[in-house]
Design a protein around this ligand. Structure first.
Ligand code: AMP
Length: 590
């Protein structure tokens, strides 16, 4: 591609044509208000990044263990990648499946797609056929970006996935050279063969040509257009697709950055998957919204803390899968530079709080958030009690919170627990293509029912939110949500399993893991390994597999005839506690 007169897709918007009703819009009067008062941006998200990059060209935008890029470099590189993607024939509004881990290429691919008007679909590298298949068809994904060189052959997986897929046309790789990663051609519109490597996209396009092309594309993007699809852990059933919009997504991140007082001197470390909404919003976009640097680490705590130390990270988000890691000596070295430790995902005990909030002006705060929208943060200057026991206050002035009696629209008073419901400039009004579920997931006034139990507490005259449990049937495995109902349906597909109930069991490191209570069809009692093989055969991501099974002759019932999951949770909690005590006693006597 050598000129800017390349075919531009115009307002086709790929799979998401405005008229098909699968996208639930914000009410027009809200959109008008949000645009008028600046809660929404008029410019597309890629332009917001470009404007920041122009302000801070020489500052570091991303540092990883292996690479770094300044804002100017990242901006130019992602312009060229955007041009390359458009050169492949991808069109504005086309969804692109992402299966990438925490690396610089992921950042490049993300902004490259966004600048090209394509819609990243935030699936995980850990996802498999069961997770990817329906969703990629539902949204009409046209390309699949995967990482080469991991322990699982993602390229082979993506190529296999594309066979017979009605819209999929390209497999694009990052990482180690992968000559076998040919594009999928001859399906869904018969596009020209794709360049197979992200690195090679745009190499023959000059920077100014690429910039002009991006600007041309941006003229076709409006604030109500989808910028990314996030996936929900779900409150019921299978994961749902969350449409985030150009108008709101960058400001969501900017409000978070502002709530923590970030500036261009901040260096924000991130350990959990960057592709999660928390990664994109609290890591990538939030850092970049103020010209700060993203220190992109991986989940291995020792190497993450070493990277944080080397790159003098000032702020870090610690998900509950890493709460214990703060005990490591490597954290002592990393924390010397830290100004704020953001804790998120589970209750914060006094010891953990003290370790994170350890003098020298260092503050521990808490974050509560969800891919559907709402974030709350305890301000750095909130009293210690509020920072330890609550998840703070909403980050945007226009955020609205209601605590309702579960299943009703009746608010409960402060200090009383109810279901957290929320509405606001960056909280969705509906999942994509899920009319039936949307009818129950939102109140009549458009508040999203989070499925989380919460209460409001007044401390020194300020109303703070705290999370007190959940109604939704999910297991929170170190931050990855596993939908119990989804796994139960897969388990009973095994002929030896009559019924199944999946519940959370406590785990010291991850907080929770899945335990399956099973009733056999006849006398055959499968092993855990058999069950895991069954799920592997169905193409289910490994992190969702139950890590323990318990056989029963029947599942306990409540007096309204539902499976008594509370009882099962208590049962497994007691067993795990007893076993841990027994193990500790054994340690003592051996
Ligand atoms: P996700 O959309 O994957 O980010 O998950 C959002 C869900 O994670 C929330 O609805 C909560 O159930 C849970 N969550 C997030 N932050 C916290 C927190 N600080 N404390 C307890 N649960 C949390």
């Amino acid at each position: 591609m050598t000129s800017t007169d390349t075919h531009l897709p115009g307002a086709g918007h790929g799979a998401l044509s405005d008229g098909d009703g699968r996208l639930v819009r914000y009410p027009p009067d809200r959109v008008a208000t949000y645009l008028a008062d600046g809660a929404w941006r008029r410019e597309p998200l890629g332009r917001s990044f470009h404007n920041i990059a122009t302000r801070f060209p020489d500052r570091p935008a991303v540092i990883t263990a292996h690479a770094a890029m300044t804002y100017a470099e990242l901006d130019a590189r992602t312009d060229r990648v955007a041009a390359g993607l458009i050169g492949l024939g991808l069109e504005v509004g086309d969804p692109v499946i992402f299966q990438l881990t925490n690396r610089l290429d992921t950042v490049v691919a993300w902004y490259g797609c966004v600048k090209a008007g394509l819609i990243p679909v935030a699936t995980l590298a850990a996802h498999r056929r069961h997770e990817i298949s329906d969703i990629s068809r539902k949204i009409g994904a046209v390309a699949h970006i995967v990482e080469a060189g991991g322990s699982f052959d993602l390229i082979g997986f993506a190529l296999g996935h594309g066979v017979g897929h009605p819209t999929m046309r390209h497999v694009i790789t990052v990482g180690a050279p992968a000559p076998e990663a040919l594009s999928i051609t001859g399906t869904g519109g018969g596009a020209a063969p794709a360049e197979s490597r992200l690195e090679s996209l745009g190499v023959d396009v000059g920077d100014s040509v690429a910039r002009q092309l991006v600007e041309q594309i941006e003229r076709h993007i409006t604030p109500t257009d989808v910028v990314a699809f996030q996936l929900s852990g779900g409150t019921t059933g299978t994961p749902k697709v969350i449409p985030r919009l150009h108008g709101e997504y960058w400001n969501n991140a900017l409000w978070y950055a502002q709530s923590l007082g970030w500036t261009e001197d901040t260096r924000v470390a991130h350990l959990i998957p960057i592709i999660h909404n928390a990664g994109i919003s609290c890591g990538l976009h939030a850092a970049h919204s103020v010209g700060a640097c993203l220190v992109l680490a991986t989940a291995d705590a020792r190497s993450a803390f070493a990277l944080m130390d080397r790159s003098r990270a000032t702020d870090v988000l610690i998900g509950h899968g890493h709460y214990q890691a703060l005990e490591l000596p490597e954290f002592d070295r990393a924390r010397v530079h830290l100004r704020t430790v953001v804790l998120s995902g589970a209750k914060v005990g006094a010891e953990l709080f003290a370790r994170a909030d350890s003098g020298d002006g260092r503050r521990a705060v808490q974050l509560f958030g969800m891919s559907e929208g709402l974030f709350t943060v305890t301000p750095r200057d909130a009293p210690a009690r509020a920072r330890q026991t609550t998840v703070g206050t909403p980050i945007a002035d226009d955020d609205e919170i209601r605590i309702l009696e579960p299943g009703s629209e009746t608010p409960v008073p402060d200090e009383q627990i109810g279901e957290l419901c929320c509405r606001g400039p960056y909280t969705i009004r509906g999942y994509f293509d899920a009319a039936d579920h949307n009818a129950i997931a939102f109140t009549s006034e458009g508040f999203y029912r989070t499925g989380d139990l919460a209460k409001m507490t007044v401390i020194d005259g300020v109303r703070y939110l705290s999370i007190e449990g959940r109604i939704k049937d999910v297991i929170n495995r170190g931050g990855e949500k596993v939908n119990a109902g989804e796994i139960e349906l897969l388990l009973v597909r095994h002929p030896a399993v009559a019924t199944a109930a999946v519940v959370a069991m406590p785990d010291v490191r991850l907080g929770e893991k899945a335990c399956a209570y099973l009733v056999p069809t006849d006398n055959e009692r499968l092993t855990l390994r058999d069950i895991q093989d069954h799920l592997a055969g169905l193409g289910v991501a490994k992190y969702k597999w139950p890590e323990r099974i318990e056989w029963l002759s029947e599942l306990p019932q409540t007096n309204v005839g539902k499976v008594d999951k509370k009882r099962l949770r208590r049962d497994i909690e007691t067993k795990v506690i007893d076993e841990n005590v027994a193990l500790t006693d054994e340690d003592r006597t051996s």
